[in-house]
Write a protein that binds this ligand. Structure first.
Ligand SMILES: [Zn+2]
Length: 693
């Protein structure tokens, strides 16, 4: 392994258009913070940078809707996010923002450098323009009727109903999502970055040289690279953002994904005059912590930009996480289906580490995971309170009771197998936690820490010093046994403080206080030591590390979540999640209905359609034939889950092409108010091809 002199750790810039929720925490900020705290405990040279991403269309739209300036929107959320991060103990060296002058200068200079070396190509194209609000419309902000399924609320880039990917030109009756007016076409010039030119380099750098990246990250990069990269516009028509630094570019700003990652560089500049050491010397290890939706920007686009610019290092790793669902459903900011960090901190004061613990134990490291309030309560009560807290508390109570409040001596002459085993376990835990953190496996690391506490409990239970104490009269060898047990349990407690410190820093602090040790003891090199507490040293009376979480508190949270109580005006971030009550369609005659040929079918095969997140290609047995049907259900069902399922098929629907695949028919699905899909199936299995009427 390369010996790095410096570490630069970045965490995805949160978008200053709303508060942050626990999914953000679990996916990005908590793992990054654990990693950084671990490096600091190792006494490595490390800086941890982040900041608010304050540009982009959703902010201008929110400002327009609320009738305030974009700056007011970003000021509000920048401060709220910053406080939430600090409240959770996320220990950035700097939390900056992209509306800062230093960022505008840095991003601007970066663009100019690429422009000067002829990297960009200029291209004029026609784009939809909203004359009422005087804005060019990004594809997402044009709605209309889907030409494929007739959904009246399709977006200019995609129909969420049938999953077809669209261009605004294909929409029937397009209208602006901003003003409902009919958009017109106008010419506009933009600067395109030739991503395709960097494809061979990216292939070598990622696919050859970084096979160790997490499978989800590597896989997503491979699929982008295999399908061929396209030039990408790096400018947008807007007045909010970093102005394009060219004379003929009035009303144009840098594309938010061009400027946002440069935000990491600007924040480093703001933090230290030595910023070049961190960004330009190849003995610096750069690691980007992100969510899975940002993989392409951090693994492909930003590195290609850095390559084109020259002089910068590239990330050693990009440990992206999957998503955290809440109570079995995807987080939805518009429906307020989320647990907001600022609200958690208000509702559970002093319980920062409980959330850190649960989110780490349940981190979506390899697949989407689920947060439930019940699991939150269980993990707190049965793991933090009963295992970790209980062990520490018992040790300190017994030490005060049986050893006069002082660290007892350890008597080597009476050491037994159980003592030896515990000593081995204390030594081994360090390496286990270390290996896991270095491989970005924070869940496993946490598991090892708790396991050590569990072993401590078991040891104490087997030794039963409180029983020994009853027989002590006249037998000094029994006091020696008690001393050994308490001595080892105390050293183990000090070890727990070191090992848990990166993950649960608030708890480590409490332990420092109770054990009366200085912060330096938490240096990682001390883990595994049995000399952390000197014999004869007196300690403070114990205080509980964790409290039990009661049913009522959990019920309150569940009710709050389900009612979608909205404290802050609204969390509407993107127009993607708008859901309207479906109205009954106009009456049709029986003859119209009779034209539809409905049959039962059985799903024989299901595969994901490449480059279409929502589509599954299904082979369906209709009794007399096997049909290929493309269906927009990939978000709701995994292919392997639906094999063998019986469905109702519209068998005489005209064929249509989706992503180059001819789809022959449609399967019927029910959709609830949350947008969740359900199959319509016969009550029991019946022969495929049976008619339905
Ligand atoms: Zn559609």
């Amino acid at each position: 392994m390369k010996d790095f002199k410096r570490h630069l750790v970045t965490a995805a810039l949160p978008y200053a258009n709303g508060p942050i929720h626990i999914g953000h925490m679990a996916g990005v900020y908590l793992p990054a913070d654990i990693y950084v705290r671990y490096l600091r405990a190792q006494k490595k040279d490390v800086i941890f940078v982040c900041g608010s991403d304050e540009h982009g269309v959703p902010i201008t739209i929110r400002a327009m809707k609320e009738n305030v300036s974009p700056q007011q929107i970003v000021d509000k959320f920048h401060n709220l996010i910053k406080e939430s991060m600090a409240g959770m103990g996320i220990s950035f060296n700097i939390y900056s923002r992209t509306s800062n002058p230093v960022h505008h200068e840095t991003a601007s200079a970066f663009f100019k450098q690429l422009y000067a070396t002829g990297v960009f190509t200029e291209k004029t194209s026609e784009q939809y323009f909203d004359e009422k609000t005087n804005t060019f419309l990004a594809d997402r902000y044009i709605t209309g009727t889907c030409p494929v399924c007739g959904n009246e609320n399709a977006y200019g880039d995609q129909c969420e109903k049938c999953g077809s990917s669209l261009s605004p030109e294909q929409l029937i009756h397009p209208k602006s999502a901003l003003s409902d007016s009919i958009p017109v076409k106008r010419n506009t010039k933009h600067w395109y970055f030739p991503l395709q030119d960097y494809e061979p380099w990216l292939k070598e750098w990622i696919l050859q040289d970084h096979k160790e990246w997490k499978p989800n990250v590597y896989g997503q990069c491979k699929s982008w690279l295999d399908s061929g990269l396209q030039p990408r516009a790096m400018t947008r028509d807007s007045n909010w953002g970093v102005k394009v630094p060219l004379p003929d570019a009035i009303g144009k700003v840098l594309y938010v994904w061009f400027d946002a990652p440069i935000g990491y560089i600007s924040a480093t500049k703001e933090l230290t005059d030595n910023w070049e050491d961190y960004w330009q010397k190849d003995d610096t290890k750069l690691v980007h912590f992100i969510g899975k939706d940002n993989i392409v920007f951090h693994c492909i686009i930003f590195p290609a930009m850095l390559k084109a610019h020259g002089g910068f290092i590239f990330p050693e790793n990009v440990p992206a996480n999957e998503f955290l669902n809440i109570e079995g459903e995807k987080v939805s900011t518009s429906r307020n289906w989320a647990v907001w960090v600022n609200e958690y901190l208000e509702d559970f004061p002093g319980c920062e580490d409980v959330l850190r613990y649960v989110l780490c134990a349940n981190a979506p490291e390899t697949k989407d995971n689920d947060f439930t309030w019940k699991d939150f309560q269980d993990r707190n009560n049965s793991e933090l309170v009963n295992i970790f807290g209980n062990f520490v508390n018992r040790t300190l109570v017994l030490m005060h009771k049986l050893c006069n409040g002082k660290v007892p001596a350890f008597h080597n002459d009476i050491i037994d197998e159980k003592d030896k085993q515990l000593i081995t376990d204390i030594h081994a835990a360090k390496t286990k936690v270390e290996n896991n953190i270095e491989q970005y496996k924070f869940r496993e690391a946490l598991f090892e820490v708790i396991d050590l506490a569990r072993k401590g409990n078991k040891y104490m239970q087997e030794k039963e010093p409180w029983i020994l104490a009853k027989n002590i009269a006249g037998d000094p060898s029994i006091q020696k046994e008690i001393d050994n047990c308490i001595h080892l349990c105390l050293q183990l407690t000090a070890n727990l403080a070191i090992l848990v410190n990166p993950i649960l820093p608030f708890t480590a602090k409490k332990l420092l206080h109770q054990l009366k040790i200085v912060e330096r003891v938490l240096d990682w090199e001390n883990a595994g030591s049995l000399k952390l507490l000197s014999v004869g040293y007196s300690l403070r009376p114990p205080e509980l590390l964790f409290r039990k979480i009661e049913d009522e508190e959990i019920e309150k949270q569940i009710v709050k979540l389900k009612k979608g109580l909205i404290k802050m005006e609204n969390h509407d971030q993107q127009p993607t999640e708008k859901k309207e009550e479906p109205q009954i369609k106009p009456t049709i005659q029986f003859e119209d209905f009779a034209k539809i040929d409905l049959r039962t079918g059985t799903i024989l095969e299901a595969v994901k359609v490449e480059k279409a997140d929502k589509l599954l290609k299904l082979s369906i047995d209709l009794g007399t034939e096997v049909r290929i049907i493309v269906s927009g259900i990939a978000i709701h069902f995994k292919p392997e889950e639906i094999i063998g399922k019986q469905v109702i098929v519209v068998a005489n629907l005209a064929p249509r092409k989706m992503r180059g695949i001819e789809s022959n028919g449609m399967i019927l699905m029910a959709e609830d108010a949350n947008g969740k899909l359900f199959f319509i199936s016969p009550e029991t299995m019946i022969p495929s091809g049976s008619s339905v009427s």
